[in-house]
Design a protein around this ligand. Sequence first.
Ligand code: ADP
Length: 260
Amino acid sequence: MRLSPIVTLNDVSFKYEREWVVKNVRLSIEPGQFLGLVGPNGSGKSTLIKLMLGLLKPDKGTIQLFGKPMKDFKDWKEIGFVSQKANSFNSGFPASVLEVVQSGLVSRIGTLRFFNRHHKAKAMEALRLVEMEEFAQSTIGELSGGQQQRVFIARALVSDPKLLILDEPTVGVDKKHVADFYELLRKLNDEQGITLLMVTHDIGTITEHATHVVCMNKSIHYHGASEDYKEFSDEELNSLYGHPVHKLTHNHEYDGVEHL
Ligand code: ADP
């Protein structure tokens, strides 16, 4: 039996005010994929994620989650989200790493008033997955940006989601730890079977790690396997986009449709 796509967007369009920010987006995320979502600043990536999370409603089109129309979908613990600003706690913030991870259970359960042994065990298991269990009692603000990011991934993993959405997770991660960070994401995808959707500027690196890539600028310009994307010559990209573009190599920022 074929599993339903995890997310399906059917011709989704959205505008905050007058201008369309997301235009006619058709996209399916299949179980097991590691999808990199790239596009210039202001191209609608974060808005698309908010639409998938039900935080915004499409003006046109429909969204299905795990095969169900958005309005009938209730199982939000199946989707973990790590937002862009997650890893910017200052050093005085009075919460331990364990408390931060356990708070991932509170937001799902809502009425939870105290944590029992089971909750602590779940949080420790999530910290083990991101290789941060030895920091369980540390204060969150004492950790580096990259370590905090791992803790926030653990917080998102504590409810055993099938889909993990990450918005620019490498921002604030020290350059020398970015490779380890991708390694962690690969492990979650390969070994834990978690489907990943990651927004990033870094198209050079994401095509090395993700299974699939989506390039958007309001509408989708490319969606396909990373391997196929890497094979495109400049001429093929020109015809794909209808005007001259240059494919970026490693460690370049994807800063516009002219520089794909
Ligand atoms: P990206 O994540 O690709 O940088 P965004 O989805 O954040 O793009 O933004 C897409 C466009 O929508 C931008 O022009 C941005 O200024 C605009 N925008 C984003 N959030 C809001 C908002 N809350 N109200 C009005 N316009 C917004």
